[in-house]
Design a protein around this ligand. Structure first.
Ligand code: MLT
Length: 393
């Protein structure tokens, strides 16, 4: 028996697991210190009321013979897919129900989708980037090439026609930088992919943070995207589902490679390897897309946006270069005093008991940068910024 040796090419532990380990060590050595966590993008506000009511009702149904649900459709129930279809319609995107696949979150499907592609494909990822894109492809043994995202291109790299890539990852609003592509920039990527017969894997997990109507929330707002892009979205950040687990993946029927319709291939993959998201969870997700649900989640999103403003204002006051926070829950800042990302991480943890995410954990271009999230409580965000104030002085 031979193991998959590609695992030897990834670091021993996933970025956020490494951080959690360091923080837990600090916490057990310093039980009297209050740690403020602005590291992993995990929400702190509870699920909204209509979602909780829907979850309760669905749980009751599961205990009654007449309304009990066993295996559901692997690609999700129509009651939820119809709601998602209408949500896209609000942004002038028409989707067929069969193009929507309910998942247990964007992260799983971003990894699972690779089942459809040959290991010989070349993968293009922006650097810095959400580590899942790199780690999943390294595990499979694919060749990865990087495209620089840095201050000179506002962390929004554009396609280079001289580079040939088969699988392209884009994330907008971006994790970790919070940068957002406009329609013209995304159109360049869509044209590149169609011309080169490449596939774009578009991570739109943070689309709900976009407030400017002119910025695209879905890649399908761009003409030509339905022949070259698969979109991954999640209710984690949108509706506080990080612990409840529900998302969706859109695979348009018009994506065809070598005469094979990718939508059918994905359906085949899902029906074989996945038994669907629990009925109860899908009922909770359905409630997110009702008018009451949308109103309640918007209140939560506004709360996080206000946190982002509090962080951004503090950094501005101290002339710390940063982006993000406006159409994104992430603030991406330059470490003060030329510290490396991990030096700044240790400094903040040891002196201020604030946890953030070192930029270098997202790639080499992230070195010297740091990511803070606005997903903390208001009280903790204010307290963290007070501590920042004293440090930056
Ligand atoms: C992050 O902090 O980058 C995210 O929470 C990770 C994720 O969504 O898996």
């Amino acid at each position: 028996m031979n193991i998959n040796k590609n695992y030897q090419n990834i670091s021993d532990s996933y970025l956020f697991s490494t951080i959690a380990k360091k923080v837990n060590e600090f916490a057990s050595n310093n039980p009297d210190k209050k740690i403020i966590r602005l590291g992993i993008g995990d929400v702190t506000l509870p699920l909204c009321k209509v979602v909780v009511e829907a979850l309760k009702k669905a749980s009751e149904e599961m205990g009654i013979k007449e309304t009990f649900h066993g295996y559901g459709p692997e690609q999700g129930y129509d009651f939820l897919k119809t709601k998602i279809q209408s949500y896209y319609k609000m942004h002038n995107v028409d989707l067929k129900l069969d193009e929507i696949f309910i998942s247990d979150g964007a992260k799983s499907d971003l990894g699972n989708i690779l089942d459809l592609f040959d290991v010989d494909n070349t993968v293009l990822v922006p650097d810095p980037v959400y580590p899942v894109y790199v780690d999943t492809n390294t595990m499979a043994g694919r060749k990865i090439i990087y495209i620089d995202a840095n201050a000179s291109n506002n962390f929004l790299p554009l396609p280079d026609k001289s580079v040939k890539a088969d699988i392209i990852y884009l994330c907008s609003p971006n994790n970790p930088t919070g940068a957002v592509y406009n329609k013209e920039q995304l159109k360049l990527w869509v044209d590149y992919a169609n011309e080169n017969k490449s596939i774009i894997l578009f991570d739109s997990a943070y689309e709900c943070f976009i407030t400017d109507e002119n910025l695209p929330r879905s890649i399908y707002e761009i003409e030509g995207a339905k022949t070259c892009a698969i979109e991954f979205c999640s209710l984690s950040k949108m509706a506080g589902f990080t612990g409840t687990r529900c998302g969706y993946t859109v695979v348009p029927e018009d994506i065809v490679f070598d005469g094979v319709i990718l939508n059918k291939m994905w359906l085949r993959r899902q029906t074989t390897k996945f038994n669907g998201v629990p009925y109860i969870v899908q009922k909770g997700a359905e409630a997110v897309f009702t008018p009451e649900g949308q109103k309640e989640i918007q209140e939560n999103l506004n709360y996080y946006k206000e946190n982002a403003k509090i962080i951004s204002d503090t950094l501005t006051k101290h002339n710390i270069w940063h982006i993000g926070g406006k159409h994104s829950p992430y603030i991406w800042l330059k470490c003060p005093n030329n510290m490396t990302s991990w030096e700044f991480f240790d400094y903040l943890l040891n002196n201020m008991q604030i946890v953030g995410t070192p930029g270098s954990g997202f790639g080499k271009n992230g070195e010297g940068y740091f990511r803070l999230t606005s997903f903390g409580s208001r009280e903790n965000t204010i307290e963290a910024m007070k501590r920042f104030d004293s440090f930056l002085k």
